[in-house]
Ligand binder design. Structure first.
Ligand code: NI
Ligand code: MN
Length: 225
């Protein structure tokens, strides 16, 4: 069984057996976060891109827990310099970790660090564990290759940004669902700040894809796969 807890914004804690996998742990500066960087558990941390609302507290959490940061090569080089253990990958590459398999997927976005350092290309990721596949889109606009991702990977759960301005808004995220064909969808990257205000119920009501269930998960809440 896999348990996913929403940390707010694009942040997730995925628990499987004894493993704690964090994605984009933006906690201390996140007004919506219910968890603290000082006490969250982690064995592995996926960082989709270098923007502050995704890199977040990954480095201090990795230094405290000994967790391995999984990200693109440029981001892992930066994190190594700041004292974190890492595993560098890049778009299109996959790797088998003790908890399951990670594949980095494209995302249309930027990826500079808060200090302006080059952060490589932004990514999404496919996580396959326990026979289930989770797609975290990262920050991205809509792109047609989502159809390819959906064709080649039976997606059990898609985590999609809907907040507009920096990423897909609701109409594009609805189209993304029809390309990805996941069994379940949870929206993210909305309402953290005024500039990305969106109504997740409006998103869910617009998904007409047969066989897809969509669910709003609030920060601090969990779902099981
Ligand atoms: Ni971003
Ligand atoms: Mn973002």
């Amino acid at each position: 069984m896999i348990q996913l807890t929403f940390l707010g914004h694009s942040g997730w804690l995925i628990q499987k057996d004894a493993y704690h996998l964090l994605i984009d742990p933006f906690l201390e500066s996140n007004p919506a976060a219910k968890n603290r960087a000082s006490d969250v558990k982690a064995d592995f941390i996926i960082v989709t891109h270098a923007h502050g609302d995704h890199l977040g507290d990954a480095i201090p959490i990795a230094r405290r827990t000994g967790a391995i940061i999984i990200s693109n090569f440029e981001i892992t080089q930066f994190c190594e310099k700041h004292g974190a253990k890492t595993h560098g990958m890049h778009i299109g590459g996959s790797h088998e970790f003790p908890f399951g398999k990670i594949k980095l997927t494209p995302a249309w976005h930027g990826s500079s660090f808060p200090d302006g350092t080059y952060g490589g290309t932004p990514a999404g990721c496919l996580i396959t564990m326990d026979g289930k596949t989770i797609y975290h889109a990262g920050d991205t606009g809509l792109f047609m290759d989502m159809q390819l991702i959906g064709e080649m990977n039976p997606i059990d759960l898609a985590l999609l940004p809907i907040g507009d301005n920096f990423t897909m808004g609701i109409p594009d995220a609805v189209k993304a669902v029809s390309l990805l064909k996941p069994k379940m969808v949870i929206p993210m990257h909305y309402n953290t700040f005024d500039i990305i205000k969106a109504d997740p119920e409006d998103f869910i009501s617009k998904i007409k894809q047969p066989g897809v269930t969509a669910q709003v998960v609030n920060p601090g809440q969990s779902v099981q796969l």
